[in-house]
Structures are given as structure tokens and as C-alpha cells.
Design a binder for this molecule. Sequence first.
Ligand code: FAD
Length: 400
Amino acid sequence: MTIIVLGGGAAGLVAAIKAKTKHNEVIILEKNSKCGKKLLQTGNGRCNFWNSDQDISHYHATDSDILTTILKNNQDKVLPFFASLGIVPKVINGYYYPYSNQATSITNALVTRSEALGIKINLNENVLKINHGQDFAITTNIKTYHADKVVMALGSMAAPKTGSTGFGYQLAQDLGHSLIPVLPALVQLYGDKNYYADWAGVRCDAALTLIEDGQEIKTEVGEVQLTNYGLSGICTFNLSSWVAKGLAQNREEVIKINFVPWFKGDKKAFKAFLDEQAATTNFALKQILEGFLNYKIVNLIFRLLHLSMDKRWNEEEAEPIIDLIMSFPFHAIKTNSFAEAQVCSGGIPLREINPRTMESLIVPNLYLVGEILDVDGDCGGYNLGFAWMSALAAGEACHD
Ligand SMILES: Cc1cc2nc3c(=O)[nH]c(=O)nc-3n(C[C@H](O)[C@H](O)[C@H](O)COP(=O)(O)OP(=O)(O)OC[C@H]3O[C@@H](n4cnc5c(N)ncnc54)[C@H](O)[C@@H]3O)c2cc1C
């Protein structure tokens, strides 16, 4: 039996390793001149490959009940798999990295194991067409291959310079699959105001609360990066999948920024704190605020509220200042492009695959894994997590 894996990225390499037995031939077709180009960029080159908190809320899919089955069946397989490759993890607050702090450790371990098992890795092979008849005929820029089973691990259209341009969606659709609209996710957000240059370059701790059409959806707390077009950073990324979907449906997407998250939204407590700071220091308001906020944020607040720079704290006028610091409104108008996105939301619907095996319910002997499917995860190792879990399931199933 010949199994061909399309795409030598995170999911493709793992699926190939699991699919290989001494009774079958496994071939990876990869369009780049090396495998795992995107994998090498993950986690700023450190590869955050797993997270100990595997709560379903960190993953997003239209068919979330099917996703739950995939996660439950495969969560316990990931760490033993990487241990079997000799990867020693470094765990920081539940975030897993290779101990070397280098994504190359993961990529090299996967490629070395593939080669040791006798998997053929055919590089510079751009898959152009797949026909399904008695077997699969796969045409690349070089030749036509025949396979009994195919694992499609062609990725999404995020960061297309790494090789995954979204063409996999087309190939799957040509075989009869449908597509849930694909949007950038884990990506920066643009706002509607002309004053963002004033806060550009600030990195601060904040709580971001997403409000969609007036309804509170989700709050993310952590580091936020303020840019000359809007918002970036992990908290922003973790809201971006919602925002992108909402904007595509013409929903109003407002993010309320709380620059003093440690008060947990308690305005009375924050006011009491400001009263006390004013009483004990006798500072002007600007100096009080600069005691805990970046000066660029303070200047912007003064500008927006038309306050004079030497203004003193005055309890009577506290409300608009407290409101702006605790719920600064940011109207998102668009996400950054696919080129800047780490992943995509949308993709091939999970309802078109068997969640135990990842086999297509439309084309027998075709398996779909990784980001080509309609699953996206939060920052923190969840996207690679899904790539590994789906690939382990498919690899095990397709050699049975
Ligand atoms: C900058 C960045 C940082 C990230 N950091 C993290 C992180 O720290 N943790 C985390 O969990 N996730 C992270 N991600 C997301 C993660 O990298 C992806 O979710 C994961 O790589 C998806 O794996 P995949 O195998 O499905 O797709 P890919 O890794 O994209 O692999 C798909 C492969 O298919 C090949 N291919 C595509 N089309 C063809 C074709 N027609 N013919 C032949 N080959 C083809 C591509 O060249 C590619 O090698 C990051 C992403 C980016 C862009």
C-alpha cells in the first residue's frame, strides 16, 4: 500500500511518521526545498508546541462537538510522541517549548525520524491536481504519483511565504468538500481613529473586553501592544478570530481597553486609589497617572478629554477620566492581512470528516489534518497542538 502525505509541515510530518509501517510505502510531497518552514518560525523561533491547559475553550471551530471528540481522543498522545523523538520540554506556566529553545529541534527530530523510518521526502514538489478513481492520481510540477491513501496536510493561507497559500482548500473542494469562509486569525487589529500614532510603541498590561453588537463576548488579560494603526500582542490575537468573523458579518466590534486591570473593573476602588494618591503626594493629575501608566497613554487621555497639562485631581470631574482609563473604546474596522496572520479561522468543515480517524466522509481513503480544517486555537501552543492531534489520529488510522 502506498500512502502519500501532501505537505511536509507540522501535521504532514507527524502523520507520515505514524502512518509508516514496514508493510507500506509513505511519501511526503512538499513544495518547499525543506520541510517545516512555518514550524521554524513558531514561537519566535522557539516553537511553543503544546500547552498543559487543554480546555476546549482555547480551540474554535464551527462544529465544536466534533472538535471535542478529536481533542479528547488524542490529547494524551502528544507528549509521549515528542518524548519518543527525544524532545525534552521546557514548561513555562504550562507553555511547552523544546528545552533547546529552538524550533529547529522539533523540525529536525521530525525529519530525522521520517528518514530513519524510510519515508520518502520529495521536496520541490508542488501538488497541482488530485484525481480520485480506483486510486488517487496526484499531479505535481514534476510527475504524477499514484496512492491508495492520501493525507492532506496542506495548511491554511496564513503566512503564505512559508508555503501554505490556501491552494489546499481548492484541492479539497475539487474532491467534493465544502469550505467555511477563511479569515485571518491571531492577527493585529486596525481601529477607526486618527490618533493611534500617539500611542504607537507602547507595551502595557491591560484587559481587553470584546463587545460585539453591544454584547460582551470575552475578556483577555495580559500584555497589549499599541501600534500606529491599532492593537497587537497576544491578548489582541486571542480576540482576533471573533473580530474577523464578526466584521465579515457586518457586526460592530468594539474592544474596551482597561489600562488598570489589577482593579478588576472596580471603579470605586480605582477612584479611592486616585483620591489617596492625590492626597498623599499633592502631585498634579498628570504626574499621578504617570506613576502607573505609560506617558503616551496619559498624554492621549489628556488630549481626548481636553485637560490642561497642569490639571489637579478633582473628585467632581473623576468620571470621564476613570471611564477612559478603565474602558477605553477601540472600534475595530479590519484585521491585518493573511500575510501577517499566524493562522486562519474557517477551512474544511469538521462535519465532513470522521473525528476518530480524520478520514473524509466524502472521499474514502482521504484524510485531512492540521490547519486546512476549520479549527483555530488561541496563542499558546494550541494551533500546533491541533496539528499534532489530528495528524496522530490520521497516521494511526490510515495504515490499519
Ligand atoms: C509566525 C508564526 C508563529 C506561530 N507560532 C506558533 C506557536 O508558537 N505555537 C503554535 O501552536 N502555533 C504557532 N503558529 C501556527 C502553526 O505554525 C500552524 O498552525 C501549523 O504550522 C499548522 O500546521 P500544518 O501542518 O497544518 O500547516 P503548515 O505548517 O503550514 O504546513 C503545510 C505544508 O504544506 C506545504 N504545501 C502547501 N501547499 C502545497 C502544495 N500545493 N504542494 C506541496 N506542498 C504544499 C507547505 O509548503 C507547508 O510545508 C505560528 C504561525 C506563524 C505564521
